[in-house]
Design a protein around this ligand. Structure first.
Ligand code: XUL
Length: 545
């Protein structure tokens, strides 16, 4: 690649991915390191460590440092590091990293002969980081909601009700359980700002894309909320990063990066963000509220750009900031690909067989429903997991269960996104599950909209690279729009667009359709409604076999 390339680094749940782009050139370089394979000493499964209590899910930040070191070494070896002029960081959202005073001094004067892991050993005030899969802070969420006047007030202030995996309840739990270690904590970073800090050699700000996912910011002012901080833990503000709304350059690479990996000292770093706000950029959805996205990665997420934040009261779903300083909505489902995989493996199927079952079986599944809470679920909130089948669905019925899980997941997305204000004209599907044609058909029928595949799986790393290119080039005086910045990578083939038939959409959206049955089953499971038998019978009358 010639001069002026830009690097996007995505530290996701399961691995780290680098994407290097040269603006306007659709070719890109990518490389991935998988945590489980590469660092067995950390004993991770899917990049995380699950505690005795399955609701506790952490990862060791030293593993992330090892992976970052290896990735930078790879960029050096491939002679890419020296050509990079801007870096953007993406990371799994909500995870927090706790640093003692002195950590940043250690980075600022770091000896390039030593790896980061060694430099920061003993600099963490909490040895492991709670990540987005952790749901162990139910009590702290209740305390924060109570202190701030109830769920609706918290959602209006911070963009989300107090949410188990978010930073505020996690910090509160840490302060309650380990007050002495909390005292020793000088800085609490999100994973995106931690990685950015390591590259800068000094504390990095957090952006509103990731920062609004903490239950600590006032989304109207774009500042940390004194009331939310007070409800969380004492003396918190001095421990938090600076909060930025919209992309900004936050500094140049550290002399360590120059010395150890051969980066050019002029290389600029843009504020880091979460994987979902970065994917929004990578998918070309900034300024495009008509198209929504579904990412079928470790978690399933449903998200889209918003002209303005919706004010609807709600108990699920979040509002985050975007790279251009506006808003996006996001709804996260933990039992996404993890649950599909568990069911597929249980029946000894491969992914092609799983997809074929979906293509061969009838929409509506004869009114049968599966609620697939293999793990505690985020949306709807389910703290005690369990699998529930309705409408005579037998546990050993392979075809019935495969169709039932795919339909339930798509219907949950549909049902829990009504508050966002508008239904999409088109849905872009990305990440691993996008290869599964059967899943795409189910989504298009449930939503009654066309579905396209975004071919590049690494939309978050691409988004981070595009953010770096867009921000650095505009700062240098080359005016580039978001559309121009992402257009070269939008490899969406019209031939692959899936359009549902009216008859199939009716099966879900009719007043007696399967969405109503699903709704009744979910309410029944959550203890909010009676048994769904009557709804199932109405469905069968409306859509006899
Ligand atoms: C979003 C969320 C996950 C993580 C990991 O709120 O928790 O999507 O960002 O991908």
């Amino acid at each position: 690649m010639p001069e002026k390339t830009y690097l996007g680094l995505d530290l996701s749940t399961q691995g780290v991915t680098a994407v290097v782009i040269e603006p306007a050139n659709p070719e890109l370089v990518r490389h991935r390191i998988d945590f489980d394979d590469r660092y067995p000493a950390y004993r991770t499964d899917g990049g995380v460590n699950v505690g005795q209590d399955p609701r506790v899910v952490h990862a060791d930040p030293r593993m992330w440092l090892e992976a970052l070191d290896e990735m930078c070494a790879w960029l050096k070896k491939r002679k890419l590091a020296e050509r990079i002029r801007g870096i953007g960081v993406s990371a799994q959202q909500h995870g927090t990293v706790y640093l003692k005073s002195g950590a940043f001094q250690a980075l600022a004067v770091a000896d390039p002969a030593l790896p980061w892991r060694q430099l920061l050993e003993n600099r963490f005030s909490r040895s492991t980081s709670p990540v987005w899969m952790d749901s162990s802070t139910h009590r702290e969420c209740a305390e924060i909601n109570a202190a701030l006047g109830g769920e609706e007030k918290v959602a209006a202030l911070t963009g989300s009700i107090a949410t188990e995996r978010f930073a505020a309840p996690q910090i509160r739990k840490f302060w309650k359980e380990a007050p002495i270690d909390y005292e020793k904590t000088a800085h609490i970073a999100l994973i995106s700002s931690f990685i950015t800090s390591v590259l800068l050699g000094k504390p990095a700000p957090v952006d509103s894309g990731d920062g609004f996912g903490m239950n600590l910011a006032d989304i109207r002012t774009g500042r940390w909320s004194p009331a939310a901080m007070h409800a969380t833990a004492p003396d918190l503000q001095r421990r938090l990063p600076v909060l930025l709304c919209g992309d900004e350059i936050v500094g140049n690479v550290s002399s360590y990066l120059v010395g150890r990996y051969g980066f050019d000292y002029r290389t600029e770093i843009v504020v880091g963000s979460g994987d979902n706000p970065c994917s929004l950029v990578g998918l070309g959805l900034i300024d495009n509220p008509q198209t929504h996205a579904i990412s079928l990665g470790t978690s399933d997420t449903y998200f889209g750009y918003m002209q303005q934040a919706a004010d609807e009261p709600r108990s699920s779903g979040h509002i985050f900031g975007t790279a251009n300083g506006r808003s996006m909505f996001l709804i996260c489902f933990k039992n996404g690909s993890l649950a599909r995989r568990q069911l597929k493996d249980g029946f000894g199927l491969n992914w092609d067989e799983f997809s074929n079952v979906l293509l061969e079986t009838p929409s509506g599944n004869h009114g049968r429903i599966l609620l697939p809470y293999f793990l505690p679920e985020i949306t709807p909130r389910v703290l005690d997991p369990g699998i529930r089948r309705f409408g005579d669905l037998a546990a050993d019925d392979v075809r019935g269960n495969v169709r039932a899980i795919a339909e339930a997941q798509a219907m949950s997305m549909y049902r829990h996104s009504g508050w966002t204000g508008r239904r999409p004209d088109r849905i872009l599907v990305t990440a691993g599950g996008a290869q599964n044609r059967g899943l795409l058909e189910v989504i298009s029928q449930v939503f009654g909209t066309e579905v396209c595949v975004f071919e590049l799986k690494e939309s978050a790393a691409l988004g981070a690279a595009v953010r770096a290119a867009h921000c650095c080039r505009n700062a240098q005086g080359t005016a580039v729009s978001w559309e121009e910045s992402t257009a070269p990578y939008a490899d969406i083939t019209a031939a692959d667009t899936i359009r549902p038939s009216k008859a199939a959409v009716e099966i879900y959206q009719h007043p007696n359709g399967l969405l109503g049955v699903y709704d009744a089953c979910e309410k029944y499971f959550l203890g909010h409604g009676g048994h769904p038998n009557a709804r199932i019978a109405a469905f069968k009358r409306q859509f006899p076999d």
